[in-house]
Design a protein around this ligand. Sequence first.
Ligand code: ATP
Ligand code: MG
Length: 557
Amino acid sequence: MSNESEIRSESLDFIREIVTEDLKNNKNDGKIVTRFPPEPNGYLHIGHAKAICLDFGVAAEYGGICNLRMDDTNPTKEDTEYVDSIVNDVRWLGFEPAALYYASDYFDKMYECAVELIKRGKAYICTLSNEEWEEYKGNVNTPGKDSPGRARSIEENLDLFARMRDGEFEDGAMVLRAKIDMAHPNIHMRDPVIYRIRRVEHFRHGNKYCIYPMYDFAHPLEDAIEGVTHSFCTLEFEIHRPLYDWFLEAIDFPHRPRQIEFSRLNIGYTVMSKRKLMQLVKENHVSGWDDPRMPTVCGLRRRGVPAAAIRKMCKTVGITKVESIISPGVLENCTREILNAEASRYMAVLDPLKVTITNFPENGVEPLDAVNNPEDPAAGSRKISFGKTLYIDRADFMMEPPKGYFRLAPGAEVRLRYGYFIRCVDVVKDANGEVCEVLCTFDPETRGGNAPDGRKVKGTIHWVNAEDCIKAEVRLYEQLFTAEKPGEDGVDFLTQLNPDSLKVVNGYLERALDEVKVGDVVQFERVGYFACDQDSTAERKVFNRTVTLKDSWAKKK
Ligand code: ATP
Ligand code: MG
């Protein structure tokens, strides 16, 4: 983490309070070890970023370490493609893992732990089918019934488990269960499955294993093996915590990590489950995991959202145990704050209206000075060219302006940014009666934006020189969904996709934007922040709108 103060909260959240207390009591010999444990079955999303900021943030703030661990114990949907993207995204977010681990590397150790449980009479082979188990396990009101497997001898369990591992039985023929309590009020404690038979190829271990451990058994062991002291996870695991502790106790593991749960990040008008994100990709509702409308880390990066804005949002939202749904405006505001300080300004017209300066010489060109970033003097300045034919934004001209409209209108005078005052003297209309060209005069005395006679204009508008601009594809994004909670109340979330989430327009951009590189984020003055997209070619640039300049959520609420 580059900047510690950026992530240190002013007042401690409940997790940092626990960590502070543990350090004070010299728990774990004063060591802090955390981990971020994604399952490599999809790309990281902004919810994961919250967990990453917590896991890596706590380690950095308290002089500890944080590992990145691929939780690859469920091979059906896992792949190296996801591993690579996760490693890349974590680094891009600004964090360097102390080590990269794979849970699957502990499979042999986990097997030994399961054998140990059997030897201690705390695990048994159960041959009940899934349907039978449904009946045996009972429900919240009814205690469960003992599986016949509970009566099996340790020797027989050891023998069967070894043969399970050696591939003697069909998938689903039997499982290894923890022997806990079939009447436990917490259903997760009613003899949960530890190992199951599953003949699937693992992306790292091929067909070496035909039995795989269950999450609830594997996760505490992974944490314990790595010496994790504080294991942070989201609230849905709270009910699994007794089991987490039970396994470590039952095996008598020398190191005891502590699981602490916090509420997950939910953002309105998007979805955050990997399954749903996968569906959006597979069914081509978006162009890929990195579609700039996706809440994935790679999507946000492509959209132009800086990593610092994501970290800032996570800090703003904070760590609590209260479930809530936050407005997309929170990330947008953080993005604006960061980009306002960093992004160079340029002029671009996305909805062009031609302006002819009648008193400017034919083919004349006038270089003007433009400031690159008023927030950053070191960013310097550049030249932009003024000419006889310009484009302005259609919204900056009105035939019959309402009161308080300070932009261009018949007879009115307006300031061109970095340029001159111009006055509208006439308009040209097309066959439909629409204004297609505005005729103006410019006042040469007002170069740089001020009149020597002290005459004032209230409006300043942006523009480009029609003879010296580049054309670009500009992608304007809106929220992916029209519903705040897509899929709520049993609605198919796909029916709530926003049909207008992407609008593509032709932009007229000042020539200097030709120099911008893929990934650069700039401000189009008065319009918004835009990122140069990877689809750009030497002939034609493509820009993604990262965010508009104004908060549109504030007024919606
Ligand atoms: P999904 O439900 O989208 O598939 P997951 O929880 O299964 O997500 P994992 O790869 O297991 O995905 O998540 C890795 C870590 O990130 C876990 O510790 C998990 O608790 C955390 N995490 C996932 N989603 C969020 C979220 N929305 N907010 C905060 N933390 C999250
Ligand atoms: Mg998970």
